[in-house]
Ligand binder design. Sequence first.
Ligand SMILES: Cc1ncc(COP(=O)(O)O)c(C=O)c1O
Length: 460
Amino acid sequence: MTTEARDQTLALHGGPQAFHQMNGAAQPKIGVAEFMSIAERFGFTPAALDRIRQAISDDDLGSGPNLARYATSFPPETKGAAFEALARQKFGVQYALGVNSGTSALHCAMVAVGVGPGTEVIVPAIGYYATAAAVVAAKGVPIFCDVDASLHLDPTKLEALITPRTVAVAPTHVMGSICNMGPIVEIARKHNLKVVEDCAQSPGGKFGGRYVGTWGDIGCFSISCYKIIGGGEGGLVITNDERLWERASQLAECGGLWRPDRFAPPRYEGELFNGLNYRMSELEAAVDLVQLGKLDEVVRRYHDVKLRILRQLRSFAGITPQTLNDAAGEIGYRLVFYPATHELGQQIAAALRAEGIPAGYRGPNGRPDWHVYSDMFPITLKPGTMPTDRPFDLPEYQERDGHVEYAKGLCPVADDLFNRSVTIPLNQWYSETDCDAIAAGINKVLGAFCPLGGQEAAWL
Ligand SMILES: Cc1ncc(COP(=O)(O)O)c(C=O)c1O
């Protein structure tokens, strides 16, 4: 046989392989320079930075370890899976799903509980725009419920907003404080509604001794850097309901990797539907795993700071403290009270700041803020994603007599209290001496403007 003929013999029949070794030089998958530019932000010592650089430069990560949470090349434990396992253990739930943001967690939850064309979800007038946005993303219509003096959804106003179109209520735990979950869940159960808890601002808080996020059917968390255990951008969904977990997973992971056999036909009617990709990255999961492990200590420090200050505050006429629905479960990174007038609020906030105590007061002419319903323009102006895709106009909604108008004045308590609150941000690292000085400073300032006594509600 000639050489040429032998070269043409198929490898299957004993001929030479056409390609038996790659000549190209692989490069690390993770860009060393890019990774180092992130690592350098964290204040590692030069020696530690050198070790990190060495570790990531040496490895050819081309087809090996990567930053995907479904890294099939090195099972069984990815950081994403470890994060979810820790979340299940911490909150005592059966299912946890790590996602890439609190907003995507809410979108997953809304889709999971059956929000869609022709449906409504009751959301609080104070919280954050993402809750209502997730309803619209699922093609439902958000209905705003006013708050009470706790700044949280007022359970006494809930029932009047329920219609045949309502499928869920989505209470938000706001600024480290806690919703009045007992009556909310009771009303929801009576009307066969699902409860989607938005815990983004109060992770680790408790109502009646039970973690927020476990009172409803499904709990949503943000782990963004703005939150108390924030890493960068991350989110979490928890539930005890297998079907809800499956629906949330289907929306979050369109690659089907959450399923025992990823590309198999549906195991039951409705299992599969159009999903997206909201996966949490391994890098984020690695950070969030550590952060979630610290949650209880972080909460305890904030809680102790706030309660130590509150216990020392005196009662003043013209000052109403924020109602705490469960002081024992309060996280406490904000201390809030309502002066009787805007003039008083502005004077008190300025005087507190002069004492060295950070204090915010929005007043009647504050800039737009998407934490209050009337400023949530992407919802209230009803633009949808495009004029032809607005849940408000869908035939399913109109055929069910759905109609909503959003305007300031719809939720008068929120309109008033959102503008008329003095807000003091607290620091988990305040020492007892710091707390005592701050409490004395608040008493000093309030005492300079308001007579003692006559307060309608107690600080605690
Ligand atoms: C109450 C509430 N829900 C949801 C979100 C959205 O979370 P993320 O920014 O992680 O999407 C936030 C974040 O600001 C929030 O405060």
